[in-house]
Design a protein around this ligand. Structure first.
Ligand code: ADP
Length: 297
């Protein structure tokens, strides 16, 4: 499958602290590191490492952070379609204390200016087999990308994250919705989220952490795909690894969004995510196709 991801790219600034500062307080960091991040970027890396020819549409600032993110994406084998806009590259300041609790401030920066799709971006969406979207970029752009994909026959995978607060109408032209339990409840209310969401006509995958994932298609009983039992050391980026690997593993033929094909792609994504949770970080933890194959053998 050729995959086009449209979404966010951030520089994650991670500070290790003894405790997270209270209002008015200054604390010294015990260590600092910065990493490429953002859901769009992570999912593009996951699709590329899973072996799919991958393009990534994103907005970066005309600054050193933008240069770094662009270089790292290209190093990961991604065909980058980046816009350089008049805003700083998105950042996330992440404070992690000794117990592993964190506090995060995100500045969307350039990501908020990913508006009004260009002709080249629409063309790229039409040329891809599958379009992958999340909700860290403006919703009208996500909606325009869904419409462009629909018009061209490109399949749409929407990861309604980090929040499931999205107009339900948007789901009408989505082929596969991927959400975690929290986002599913936000979208569908309490109760049987898979049933409520598949009633909109799209297939739904609800990821359940260590419990695996539930795959639902309209009119059929949902299927539970178990996760692999592993020692999880850091679940950051598990969901993004799952989504990117899932898109890369979708079957290219027209039955590719049928229950059987979705269960198969979910099995692959579950293995990729199980490898990711055994390593620290988001992007550094995303496995390659060879690693996933070896793990599943
Ligand atoms: P998110 O990170 O978006 O909240 P989940 O926690 O549901 O999403 O995790 C996404 C996927 O990652 C799960 O469906 C599962 O395949 C895998 N995963 C997450 N946590 C674990 C774990 N502790 N052990 C094995 N696999 C896991």
């Amino acid at each position: 499958m050729t995959v086009l991801v449209l979404g966010s790219a951030n520089l994650d600034l991670v500070y290790e602290v003894d405790r997270i500062p209270a209002p008015g307080e200054t604390v010294l960091s015990r260590g600092f590191a910065s990493f490429a991040g953002g859901k769009g970027n992570n999912q593009a890396v996951a699709a590329a490492r899973a072996g799919a020819p991958t393009r990534f549409v994103c907005a970066l600032g005309a600054d050193a952070s933008g240069d770094r993110l662009a270089a790292e994406a290209r190093d990961a084998g991604i065909d980058l379609l980046d816009r350089r806009v008049d805003a700083p590259t998105g950042t996330a300041a992440i404070f992690v204390d000794r117990r592993g609790e964190n506090s995060i401030v995100v500045d969307s920066g350039a990501n908020a200016l990913l508006t009004d799709l260009t002709a080249a971006e629409r063309e790229a969406i039409g040329a891809a087999d599958v379009l992958v979207l999340q909700l860290e970029t403006p919703v009208p752009t996500v909606a325009a990308a869904v419409a462009a994909a629909k018009a061209a026959g490109t399949r749409v995978v929407l990861n309604a994250a980090p929040s499931g607060a999205v107009p339900l109408d948007l789901l009408d032209d989505v082929d596969v919705l991927v959400v975690n339990e929290h986002e599913a409840a936000e979208l569908a209310g309490p109760g049987d989220a898979a049933a409520v969401l598949t009633a909109r006509g799209c297939a739904v995958i609800v990821t359940l952490g260590a419990e695996g994932a539930l795959v639902g298609v309209p009119g059929e009983e949902p299927v539970r795909v178990p996760s692999y039992t592993v020692d999880a050391v850091d679940t950051t980026g598990a969901g993004d690894t799952f989504v990117g690997a899932f898109a890369a593993a979708l079957d290219g033929d027209p039955s590719g969004t049928g229950l059987e094909a979705l269960v198969a792609a979910t099995g692959f994504a579950t293995a990729a995510a199980a490898l990711a949770v055994q390593r620290k970080g988001a992007v550094p933890s995303i496995p390659t196709l060879e690693e996933v194959r070896e793990f599943r053998d």
